[in-house]
Design a protein around this ligand. Sequence first.
Ligand code: AHG
Ligand code: MN
Ligand code: MN
Length: 335
Amino acid sequence: MSRQNLKRFTQPVGVTLDRFIEKDRSRYPYATGELSQLLRDIALAAKILNRDINHSGLIGIEGVLDSENIQGESQKMLDVIADIRFSRALRIGGETCCIVSEERDEVIYTGNDDAKYVVTIDPIDGSSNVNVNISTGTVFSIFRRKSPTGTTPQQEDILQTGRHQIVGGYILYGSSTMLVYTTGYGVNGFTYEPSLGEFYLSHPQMQIPENGKIYSVNEGNFYDFDQGIRDYLDYCKQQRLSARYVGSMIADFHRNLLQGGIYLYPATQQQPQGKLRLMYECLPLAYIAEQAGGLATNGTIDILDIQPESRHQRSPMIVGSKKMVEKALEIINEK
Ligand code: AHG
Ligand code: MN
Ligand code: MN
């Protein structure tokens, strides 16, 4: 073998998620390692769920259950599996005192009252896409509890604004599996290397292009949108933007993050608060968008400034490239 070839076969594999988390910890002088452990717990559950999703067609878990979640939406088998995977990892990991999951009406008290952190999570986003082999995601926020450790977590620990997030993140189960998150120092993306079982830093300091050519919205709802939104969608077409809508918010958001674009899930006549859940769908993406130089709004105020009133509340959301969101707001607010 020539030296040249040797060099090619011994390229460094890069920075693992674990190493990155440890390095990142040094930013926080009083960090005691609990948050690092919590991120590792999430990454572990993500690896297990990634395996489950990859095998879903083979082991018959891509179907629908005869139950409904708190939103009145039919639960897929993978919704429930994902919910169990993440809640178990967080309970056993020991750093989370309570969890709000899309799949459970009630708060999940982990029994770890000494733990500092609260997690809100959509265990599988876009679950109806699993059985047609299309990308799905997991999306989560981490908050620091307000009540003292050692006591039962309270409502005030959960209903915090997006500005109080300690971490906002998602996992995309796509053509490759990626973990993308922010702790408030930019956005970093890690790609899963299945043969090594590790996430590697592949997208350091991600920035969303200021402008883009893609708009993502379920235009089947066009006649249920307010006039302002309809006007903006007309504008998108006049500008000859490309329409791209996977129907898995994480996939749509991730593409727009990399390429520039705007994602909208506005209010409709049937759903005046839109469809997306504030605490575990909108907040994490809004935090990531903002940290990457983009914007997220409900049409009136920044998503991160909304004071949540209930843990499963919904919110309209417009998120993406800064200039595109600003243009959307300009047109919407003309009405
Ligand atoms: P979930 O699978 O967690 O219920 O979320 C689905 C969400 C989101 O991922 C997607 O963008 C949106 O619902 C699609 O809704 P429509 O089918 O109404 O467009
Ligand atoms: Mn979802
Ligand atoms: Mn979901």
